[in-house]
Design a protein around this ligand. Sequence first.
Ligand code: GDD
Length: 312
Amino acid sequence: MPEAKKKNVLVTGGAGFVAPYLYDELIKHDYHVIMTKLASEQGLENYPYQTLDILNKEQIKEILLKYQIAYIVHLAGISSVKFSWENPTLTQKINVEGTRNILEAIRQINPQIRIILVSSGEVYGPSLLTEMPLKEIHPLHPNNPYAISKKVMEEMAKNEYQDLDYIIARPFNHSGPRQAKNFVIMDFASQIAQIEKGKQPPLIDVGNLDAYRDFLDVRDVVKAYRLLLEKGKRSEIYNIASQSPQKIGDILKELLSLSKEQIEIKINQDKFRPLETKYYYGDCSKLISATGFQPSYAFKDTLNDILSYARK
Ligand code: GDD
């Protein structure tokens, strides 16, 4: 496709874990991508970045004016539940007011822009087991500052920005190489790698192993974002989920079985959350019927890739 005909996609949160994967996915499908990060953030080598602080309204407008943006995937924000317990005010500010700034800029500069607002499967909160898997119409009971901020973001879009072309994505857990060590699979994998290198005693420090989560590979999640840009329906909410629960303790066992080291498990109460949803997983049929989405990565391969990355 000639360069001029490519659609411009703005991806916020470029220094985060997900954005470079989305960048690759979009480039592969002939989009032109403008990926943004804070001036203070590092970013990956070999990826181009523009500087943007989503708390700076003028900067957002400048970017929308400079590039003829067709689509936005808004990934910038606080994504760690644990961090949100320690920083609830900052979490609300960035996840809610930062999103508002982008929606306001869209309204002023070009209301035709389609935006994916990245919420979370965490918004459902504790539910009865009989109600699994969680569907988009399920009532929301968020039980941590992160999930509350995402629910508020959703309500804000629904009630105040109905005139805009937004879609809400509710991804459940996703993982892959390069994820930060404060997320569970990379946390376990990086400790195993340190133990193998002799840099940590053969004792792995873990939190709540009785929780269950619904994991997809990040490379499948970004495919879902692209498909939603292309085929999602305006104002709709879509779960992005594997539709099967994984026990955290079983993930740990699986990772340990990929190592030759004899590693003991140490339960660390400091890694537990003040409150946490023990068991949940998502129904993804709405996304599948709207877009034809099918994940490509087997969970075992994701674990292998993460451990290989951690060993580097
Ligand atoms: N990080 C971590 N470290 N988590 C542990 C550990 C550990 O040593 N041991 C057990 N866990 C448990 C946590 O208590 C939680 O139940 C689960 O592993 C997953 O934890 P995280 O990887 O920190 O993710 P999360 O489920 O809290 O949130 C993630 O998923 C959401 C969607 O469901 C994040 O990616 C959110 O951004 C995302 O929206």
